[in-house]
Design a protein around this ligand. Sequence first.
Ligand SMILES: Cc1cc2nc3c(=O)[nH]c(=O)nc-3n(C[C@H](O)[C@H](O)[C@H](O)COP(=O)(O)OP(=O)(O)OC[C@H]3O[C@@H](n4cnc5c(N)ncnc54)[C@H](O)[C@@H]3O)c2cc1C
Ligand SMILES: *[C@@H]1O[C@H](CO)[C@@H](O)[C@H](O)[C@H]1NC(C)=O
Ligand SMILES: *[C@@H]1O[C@H](CO)[C@@H](O)[C@H](O)[C@H]1NC(C)=O
Ligand SMILES: *[C@@H]1O[C@H](CO)[C@@H](O)[C@H](O)[C@H]1NC(C)=O
Ligand SMILES: *[C@@H]1O[C@H](CO)[C@@H](O)[C@H](O)[C@H]1NC(C)=O
Ligand SMILES: *[C@@H]1O[C@H](CO)[C@@H](O)[C@H](O)[C@H]1NC(C)=O
Ligand SMILES: CC(=O)N[C@H]1CO[C@H](CO)[C@@H](O)[C@@H]1O
Length: 606
Amino acid sequence: MLRTYAAVVAFVVALIPLSSAGPLRLRAEQLGTPRNDTFDYVVVGGGTAGLTIAARLAKFASVAVIEAGGYYQVDYGNASVIPLLALTGLDIIDPTTNFPHRPNIDWELVTVPQSNAANRVMHYAQGKTLGGSSAINTMSYLRSTKSAYQRWADLVGDNSYTFPNLLPYFKESVHLTPPNLAKRNAANATPEYDPNSFGNGGPLEVSWNNWVDPTLTWLAACLQAVGLAINPKGFSSGELNGGSWLPSTIDPTHATRDSAQTSFLDDALGKTQLRVFPHSLATRILFKDKKAKGVTVSTNGTIYSLMAKKEVIVSGGVFHSPQILMVSGIGPKATLQAHNISVVADLPGVGKNLQDPVSIGVGNFVNTPNAQSMVANSATQPEALRQYREDAAGPYSSVAGYISYERLPAEIRSTLSNATREALAKYPSDWPELQYIVGTFLGPNGSAMGSISATITTTFSRGSVSIASADIATAPVIDPSWFSNPADGDMLVAGVKRIRQAWASGPAQSIRLGPEARPGVEVDTDAEILDYIQKNANMIWHASSTCAMGKKSDKMAVVDSKARVFGVQGLRVVDISIFPYSPPGHPQASVYMIAEKIADDIKRGR
Ligand SMILES: Cc1cc2nc3c(=O)[nH]c(=O)nc-3n(C[C@H](O)[C@H](O)[C@H](O)COP(=O)(O)OP(=O)(O)OC[C@H]3O[C@@H](n4cnc5c(N)ncnc54)[C@H](O)[C@@H]3O)c2cc1C
Ligand SMILES: *[C@@H]1O[C@H](CO)[C@@H](O)[C@H](O)[C@H]1NC(C)=O
Ligand SMILES: *[C@@H]1O[C@H](CO)[C@@H](O)[C@H](O)[C@H]1NC(C)=O
Ligand SMILES: *[C@@H]1O[C@H](CO)[C@@H](O)[C@H](O)[C@H]1NC(C)=O
Ligand SMILES: *[C@@H]1O[C@H](CO)[C@@H](O)[C@H](O)[C@H]1NC(C)=O
Ligand SMILES: *[C@@H]1O[C@H](CO)[C@@H](O)[C@H](O)[C@H]1NC(C)=O
Ligand SMILES: CC(=O)N[C@H]1CO[C@H](CO)[C@@H](O)[C@@H]1O
């Protein structure tokens, strides 16, 4: 499948409307010079959160942002820009150890063998580029639930984390474009949403796909047929139940990816003195006594320090932020001492509490076409190309777009173990228990496939990130510990059963061809389903919570509710690593939000 896509990617070389992608080269005055220098704020990591907070701080202060990668549009091209290719053209999202090595765009991280998942070693893609993982993600834009943010507020002891109090920060990042119903041309896929949940002034484009995959409308109907009705508010109003045609972070005018780079960075470069240090590795945070004073940087062999008059902000993402803290002397004392790193602050929680939601799909051959089968077919591809070039529409303009959530119906709930039911009972009544994502694939010989996957929305297993060396250039040790808590496997077994109900529904009968393709009818008993899950479950790249926010009294907390690292001064961590736990929903909206929120705290002197 990926190989087919390489051919498609090569074919669509001419597709990118380059005029929409900005200059893709920093002008001299925007580019940091590799030399010892001083700024008000030094931001480590030009990813989703890093570029957002850097752009906001640059409105009133001097800011440097250090990023290991460059421009993904240059380094990776069409696959990272054209929406359809985010699903199957991004070859680096291959989770197996056969992943293609592309050090210009991906950190090439792998996990330790997963002892509860058939001993698999997984490749965990993470964007190493301006925009970070927002440059390689699937672009779905949705938020978590009211009770999930209430739980966050309770855990960290700060009421500013309730959904109503967070809403202004969610709104601030976004520019929403209502659905283009003419381009979508699908009466059974009209998005329902609450416009009051969105603002209009932010730089990040959020819009609905300019085309609807016909197979997805059938798969949505299958989920609706087993009780997951359309949610009239959509998934940005603090509710996650039923189904929704979702918006994505796509610029609807050109139908191109909008990342933190094309939104926040581009916007700031025109208006502020923000300095960007691309292709530069932040190697260590410098402390004087217990105050962060700056960062040492390596740019192509030149070693220098960027000093921070005010603060250092670490936005390296879920795996690298804890690594940067540890190599700089902040983390579990025993780990630091084992690597001869002098201890600045003994924080046992750094790198712990990793939460990585896992997912499993049930797939079938179908008689309806999909985006991939249409662009792989020489009879339909030219029209798809024309639609994309001339109208920013058609299959190339579109990525995924329909998700459902539910609390398990009683009949399936009764198949869970007592322990799993007791674990679920600790969560509030609006908390979704499983997520279902519908997807389409290209099967053998140009055939079309449909898939419905289940993802856990509460991750009961806890993993970790640690260091193998005091040298930042050595990859961190990543152990998501999949299925170390049996409740996660139990939930996915229930998910497979539920999805099989959807595949047995009336709408499914109209499109299904042949016996179940994956897992296959021979995978039948709970034990067989669990075994299949352990061998085949995948990440959905939502790992979080390795520098968890919490109360000062919580010994495992790494930052306080203003993202300030405990035990030191002048240092914050701002990215997905500080989420206290993995909230239901997809994280990027909350990552942009937290960067907006902490930037506002800093601006107000908090
Ligand atoms: C394949 C994939 C699909 C996804 N799909 C979705 C989706 O559809 N919807 C959704 O909401 N979320 C999705 N996500 C998750 C979401 O994109 C991430 O959670 C989010 O982007 C994380 O933001 P971040 O700022 O924490 O980290 P990142 O955006 O990864 O930024 C970290 C940055 O720090 C840089 N860096 C790290 N260490 C150093 C160093 N030492 N020196 C210099 N620079 C450094 C990195 O290069 C990177 O640019 C997906 C993620 C992936 C990978
Ligand atoms: C690094 O230095 C080499 C040799 O001076 C140069 O050719 C190359 O372009 C530089 N790379 C970057 C990313 O600056
Ligand atoms: C920065 O300063 C340090 C310490 O004075 C020095 O060793 C280093 O060479 C300087 N770096 C550059 C690029 O000038
Ligand atoms: C730490 O220092 C000791 C004593 O100098 C040395 O023996 C040991 O190898 C060092 N360990 C590491 C991981 O560098
Ligand atoms: C599960 O809980 C029910 C009551 O809720 C109890 O009757 C049953 O014995 C429990 N089963 C096990 C295996 O603990
Ligand atoms: C694909 O088509 C070829 C040639 O017609 C055939 O030999 C092969 O079995 C087909 N593969 C599948 C999986 O249908
Ligand atoms: C990954 C890939 O195929 N990228 C191509 C996209 O388009 C540019 C030019 O527009 C090519 O140079 C890349 O090779």
